[in-house]
Design a protein around this ligand. Structure first.
Ligand code: IMP
Ligand code: MG
Length: 189
């Protein structure tokens, strides 16, 4: 793995290896195979960030399963919530279906906390959330992942589908923003 990568004007250092990611996804896939046997779930990946995680997770499934993707559009509307999120591109009729939302990361939880009520209006049989990452210290809205590969500290990460200003999604592993203090810490060791 590269010792560090430069994206725009920032430095990112190795955080979680491709092997570690693959191992956790295999574990989550096995749990989904067990929990959804005979249920033919529909995975809904949230674009853009989830596309690599969704592809790898989907290939761990040995049960009947379908996959679709949506983009979420936010409007600063006059609704009391201040934000309305709609799904672009959800063509499937999800009524009565077992849905698994696939996200790259739950940060504040704002995106999913707005999207979940919209999804429930379509009367699915069940909705669970699979996410590659959660940042528990950043959570501001009540969203809980049912399947989470890694809980991480409240720092910015890139790679494996996640971007910094459009770049970094193609990195095969996860990289984390380098702290200004990292060099000082290393210098004292
Ligand atoms: P939330 O609505 O605050 O939970 O934010 C979720 C979205 O913010 C994710 O789907 C990502 O697109 C983006 N995001 C949050 N934290 C990071 C990060 O550390 N790296 C890259 N994107 C992030
Ligand atoms: Mg995203």
């Amino acid at each position: 793995m590269a010792a560090q990568v430069f994206i725009h004007n920032k430095v990112f250092v190795p955080f979680i290896s491709a092997e570690a990611i693959g191992q956790r996804i295999a574990e989550i896939g096995a749990k989904i195979n067990e929990n959804y046997a005979g249920k033919s779930p529909l995975l809904i990946g949230i674009l853009n960030g989830s596309f690599i995680f969704a592809a790898d997770l989907f290939r761990e499934l040995t049960i009947d399963a379908e996959i679709s993707f949506v983009k979420l559009a936010s409007y600063a509307g006059t609704a009391t919530t201040g934000q309305v999120v709609t799904a672009i591109g959800l063509k499937e009729n999800i009524e009565g279906r077992h849905v698994i939302i696939v996200e790259d990361i739950i940060d504040t939880g704002k995106t999913l906390s707005s999207f979940l009520p919209e999804l429930h209006k379509m009367r699915p049989a069940s909705v669970k959330i699979a996410t590659l990452l959660t940042k528990p210290d950043a959570l501001k809205y009540p969203v809980a992942a049912d399947y989470c590969a890694f809980e991480i500290e409240n720092k910015f990460v890139v790679g494996y589908g996640l971007d910094y200003d459009g770049l970094g999604r193609n990195l095969p592993a996860l990289f984390i923003l380098k702290d200004r203090n990292d060099d000082k810490i290393n210098a004292t060791i």
